[in-house]
Design a protein around this ligand. Sequence first.
Ligand code: CP
Ligand code: NVA
Length: 337
Amino acid sequence: MTTTAQLPRVTSRKATPVKSMNDRDLVSITDFTPEEIASALDLATAMKARPADFRSALSGKQLVLFFEKPSLRTRLTFESGICSLGGVSFFVDQTASRLGDREPLDDMAHNLERWVDGIVLRTFSHETGSIMAQHSSIPVINALSDFEHPCQAMADILTLKEQFGSLKKVKIAYVGDGNNVAHSLMLAAVSVGAHIVLGTPEQHKPSAAVMKTAQKIAKQTGGQIEWTADPVAAVTGVNAVYTDVWASMGKESEAAQRKLEFAPYQVNQKLMSYATKGAIFMHCLPAHRGDEVTADVIDSAASVVFDQAENRLHAQKAILFMLLGGSSRFPSRSAHA
Ligand code: CP
Ligand code: NVA
């Protein structure tokens, strides 16, 4: 059994980078430029308003979904989204073993590219998605890894846009674990010019490399990013307070220790009172009431968690359309050099 610490297996044989000029991936949210994120949001809004106009966007296209971890929202919004765009999906329950255990990832990639048009992966190791993308000629979409959750971030930014219109003046606080959801959210937030404050314990800080990338993007877009270990400082004066579970999938054995470490970061009415009046509450779900958020916050009128969940569908349909849809394909990778 592979552990999360081990890297996925590849053959020693050097694989040819065979991705065609028009094939792109979404392994990290930074695989989309700020302009492409803006286009995806506009497209998602159009698809949400007029789903019937896009019924055959993926006609004749087939995608395979491999999930190493459980899922409600991601699996169903991908399968439903692909179906509503006229495509076909094949779901592979990969929870019993890790991708790459049975055969090298590059061999898998070279098989899949002969059969289907796209690959959707939910993995433990982020490397699994990167390697699959590197070795396959078809788009690879990250449906959550230990390091990023780009499709969630796209839906979250769409939700913020619906709530606030322009995102340039929106200030978001993310409090809790600085891992996958936080990483993609902060990168997406600065890409649209928003201001995000991360409030996490020192030992669960976001990756320094991701912070650095976010700062670089913020410089181009006018966004801002800050980190603090103080949850009250993080939420003071913000328009949206976001949290996620304290023990992510794969970290369940650390749940008791994490409960102690994250207790001061619980989003409750007291913490929400430091945000601006009318601030919204956000969560990617699934949520644990009484841990990272109290029931009186997540079940209050301030909560937009089910809008976020709905927007997973619309945001992913836009992503699928941009990566795989008929004539509206992305510019090539070289356009982003
Ligand atoms: N938010 C999210 O990714 O939910 P699932 O784990 O249910 O897919
Ligand atoms: N951080 C959480 C997100 C679940 C959607 C996890 O990785 O389990």
